[in-house]
Design a protein around this ligand. Sequence first.
Ligand code: UDX
Length: 480
Amino acid sequence: MRLTVIGTGYLGAVHAACMAAIGHDVLGIDVDIKKIKALTEGRPPFYEPGFDDVLTKALASGCLRFTASLREAAAHGEVHFICVGTPQQAGSQAADMRYVDAVVDGLVPHLPAPCLLVGKSTVPVGTTARLTTRIARLASAGVRAEVAWNPEFLREGFAVEDTLRPDRLVAGVTSPEADETLRRVYAPMLEAGVPYISTDPNTAELVKVAANSFLATKISFINAMAEVCDAAGADVTTLADALGHDTRIGRRFLNAGLGFGGGCLPKDIRAFNARAQELGVGPAVAFLEHVDEINERQRTRTVALTRQMVGGDLTGRRMTVLGATFKPNSDDVRDSPALAVATALHRQGADVRIHDPEGAPNARLAHPELRCGSDLLTACQGAELVLHLTEWVQYRELDPVKLARVVREPVLIDGRNALPLDDWRAAGWTVRALGRPAPSDGTSAAQAGRLLRATIASPAAKPGGGPTAAMAQALPTRTS
Ligand code: UDX
């Protein structure tokens, strides 16, 4: 089938290459000429495991091309996939729909024949209906362009796998013809047994925001439990393991730590909340505000714990942050919890160096004030404290004995609860993590938790006074 994929970010570029890989004749479109050039030359403009291979093969097969021209797109496609961003609006929680609208406005007047426009971007419920009206005004006489919504659930880091072997396909359609067209597009997946849910567009649009809201809620739930564990002297990782054995709950997305970030979950729950308010059902999803708050609080708590670990004053203290991206196996630093913590430490006077295997260039672009590189030992040299904030596999494989020789003080905060802490402690490291009891040293875990909460309550506490200093005295500076 002749497909176009409009918008070649993490979602669109992977979708375009994967659609070509399953035999369609695909034209990818983007307004960013540099991106088009890179993709045409087989150079992925972002890091995504496995994508370079699919891209190279698709280009070589002749089934994939790229252009910046919507006019060319209009002439090519019998199905046009809309994959542009729907970021958070400046000064509002709602989604910014200007890129989706611009695609429709730029494409539809050039359409020579009836076709199907398929939205994959995450949008406020009601978007298909709104665009249908807009398209009717823009289309040439006799050209019927129908809209369907087919939300994308891919995870960065697994984008190729998730596109070629999705958990499910959801099609929000208004006619049997549109449904049939989408079934033909995804025929190899349907033959492989991927569940295909055909529904109305409103439901399809909602499936995506509901899924992301559920995932965000699950993460914030376990992070809320981590706060309770800190107060009670309990261990959130054991709690999560025990909960996860209940198949109704499941262990996935119950990893407590620094919380969620990225280009999707944070802005999607906010946009959903904003849309629900417009629909007059704000109270139904008002809990998402708490989910967001709990998530943001993990960043503040991590900064407070860091301040506490260095005795109350961050000024001039050498910190190394491991990880800049919002999750491992990606170079995406959008709303990265790790970068948010690094920035806060830097603003409070710490001498911060960041390491990330893939995200350093994007981190430097977003925060030129921060020192960020991809050489691990250089980043750790002379550190008084190491913060593990994005759980790249490289960090799990670090030898704590060797690293202890490089840093000035072997002190670690595991912000992702992902390192083998017993090994680190055995190698002489003082280790702390949110939601996990401090090692016994005369200070009870519950007392440590209370002191941590006190620091968060007065984040501006001056060095040498107030609860920060009290806590610094009460807490261990070095325990193995
Ligand atoms: C998410 C959805 O999973 C995907 O279906 C949707 O299409 C886009 O948004 P993605 O943003 O790639 O995908 O990342 P995901 O793997 O969901 O992780 C989101 C964030 O949650 C990351 O910052 C991750 O570190 C964090 N997370 C995840 C936790 O803090 N704890 C967990 O247990 C799981």
